[in-house]
Design a protein around this ligand. Sequence first.
Ligand SMILES: O=C(O)CCC(=O)C(=O)O
Ligand SMILES: [Fe+2]
Length: 208
Amino acid sequence: MGAYLQGSLFDQADTIGLGPLHGVRRTELRDGAWIDVLSGWLSGADTLFARLATEVPWKAERRRMYDRTVQVPRLLAFYGADDALPHPVLAEARDALSAHYAAELGEPFATAGLCYYRDGHDSVAWHGDRTGRGRREDTMVAILSVGAPRDLLLRPRGGGATVRRPLGHGDLLVMGGSCQRTWEHAIPKTSRTTGPRISVQFRPAGVR
Ligand SMILES: O=C(O)CCC(=O)C(=O)O
Ligand SMILES: [Fe+2]
């Protein structure tokens, strides 16, 4: 609670709305991967966090790990290309991203995956989004983060220095190029006191 209230000092706007995308800054990573970052793209992010936290039909999933099933350490929701998103600003965000990256991506963002990290025990382990075409082809995954910041870590698959970007309060990070094939990303657990965070990942059709 303390951390969440402290966080909200950074974003006291009540009105939920998106800024322009032209301030996005690209960082080239090795091996044909890159990330684009825009801090505070969405204003009213803490208000949106509260709406999503209560209104999204969150699912706690279990996954098979070798010979046992384990609880996935975050809550999940998935919206396919034809599903209505849980807040109109998310459709606006998806469409703005599709327009901004149209020439480079060659197709629109279509689906939205949502993750809810309730506290520092929630996390996502090192992975690439490689279930679909991201395994073979360059693509993009755009992440909009609301609520308290958590560190997104990226590291090259072949070994090398880790890149760390704290994301929360309406920040945008886009992973592009070969990022899902040649790099991995994670949201590590943290023992620091941290408020809850929700991330929204926009992906083209056939990328997971
Ligand atoms: O929460 C995030 O920012 C990352 C989530 C993620 O990597 C995924 O769901 O594939
Ligand atoms: Fe991912």
